[in-house]
Design a protein around this ligand. Structure first.
Ligand SMILES: [Mg+2]
Length: 368
């Protein structure tokens, strides 16, 4: 089997309801990039990458498409069933840009699944369950509003609530963590995600002020070194998200004892292939993890769910999907949706998504 053509689509997706506010950005839409890999055996695979705006992390949508245009021509003629070999071609074509490589990688797993008649989760070792937990992320908003949303989402069935914090007076961050924790039932987990916004001083003050509150502190500061410098003084578990740019950083964070767990983004790390490795490392080292992505539609969502289904439940923090904020599915029949805070693992081969490609319009880039 050979890759005969690659189409790259650009799709602007509006965010439903109010703009989504994080410590460092406000978003009312996102710019997704979808890869369609066509083979000479008429098997077609889909991948997607969607950095959430240009300031959440160094990755951005225009960069993804430029990277795909750079690497794509070298992939024509390669065997899509040999994912590792194709990955080597990508690495030989462009340094870095894991988030663009991830879209190709995802499409290759989709092709493999369709060719062998297996789901991606089966190729990854098998699903340990067919319905996995998600978690709900409450954007920056007034404290009373966050408390109401937390009550509502808990009642809906979400087993974990994440609060966005940072970018506002520290007293409000402390108040929202305390107030929301008071309305959560026992067993409902809480995380406070500063998305790099706190100074080391802020993180230490929040940890002290909320000493009795059980919550995970996610990506409190901008750099890995800052997080390391406060690690031993903070009373709370620390999870890394944005700092996990690649497998090497994950290994370092575990080796240094800096991370108690991770919020992983499938595309930032480099796709399903790299996520499979970090999943196995986390299982070996007993580190909880999530299988998220930074927005995107059904294709990314399916990749996160297939991987999440293979993570041992006691180490799984959930799959965060953009689904609650998106107007429609790429696949109207088998699209990925969150019901009662949980997500069904797709049934079809590959990623299990058959997208209506007309939604995306004509390809932005055609290769091969
Ligand atoms: Mg995060």
């Amino acid at each position: 089997m050979q890759i005969s053509a690659i189409n790259v689509y650009q799709y602007d997706m509006p965010i439903l309801g109010k703009p989504y506010k994080m410590s460092n950005t406000v978003l009312d839409h996102f710019d997704s990039t979808i890869v369609e890999i066509i083979t000479d055996k008429n098997v077609v695979g889909y991948g997607e990458t969607c950095p959430v705006g240009p300031v959440y992390q160094p990755q951005h949508a225009l960069g993804a498409r430029a990277a795909l245009e750079e690497m794509g021509p070298n992939l024509i003629g390669a065997n899509p069933l040999q994912i590792q070999n194709v990955y080597h071609i990508m690495e030989g074509s462009l340094n870095g840009h894991n988030y663009a490589k991830a879209a190709i990688d995802m499409a290759l797993w989709d092709i493999c699944g369709k060719f062998y008649g297996a789901r991606v989760c089966d190729l990854l070792g098998g699903a340990v369950r067919e319905n996995i937990p998600s978690y709900y992320s409450i954007g920056i908003c007034p404290v009373d509003e966050a408390v109401e949303i937390a009550r509502e989402k808990q009642a809906e069935g979400y087993p974990r609530i994440q609060l966005k914090v940072g970018g506002r007076p520290l007293e409000e961050d402390i108040a929202v963590i305390r107030r929301v924790s008071e309305v959560l039932n026992p067993g409902i987990r809480l995380a406070a995600d500063a998305n790099r916004a706190w100074t080391t001083r802020d993180a230490l003050m929040v940890s002290l002020a909320c000493e009795k509150v059980q919550f995970v502190m996610e990506q409190p500061c901008n750099t890995y070194d800052e997080v390391c410098s406060i690690r031993k003084q903070v009373h709370h578990p620390i999870y890394l998200d944005e700092n996990t740019e690649n497998l090497g950083m994950v290994l370092k964070a575990i080796g240094d004892g800096t991370a108690d767990g991770f919020g992983f983004k499938t595309t930032r790390l480099g796709g399903i292939s790299v996520m499979r490795t970090v999943r196995d490392v986390c299982r070996e080292m007993n580190k909880p993890m999530s299988c998220d992505d930074s927005w995107g539609g059904d294709i990314i969502a399916a990749a996160c769910v297939h991987m999440g289904a293979t993570v041992p439940p006691h180490l799984f923090e959930g799959a965060w999907l953009a689904a609650p904020y998106i107007e429609k599915n790429y696949d109207p029949e088998n699209g990925i949706n969150i019901v009662n805070g949980h997500i069904d693992v797709p049934k079809g081969p590959g990623l299990g998504i058959t997208p209506d490609t007309s939604i995306w319009g004509a390809p932005a880039i055609e290769l091969g």
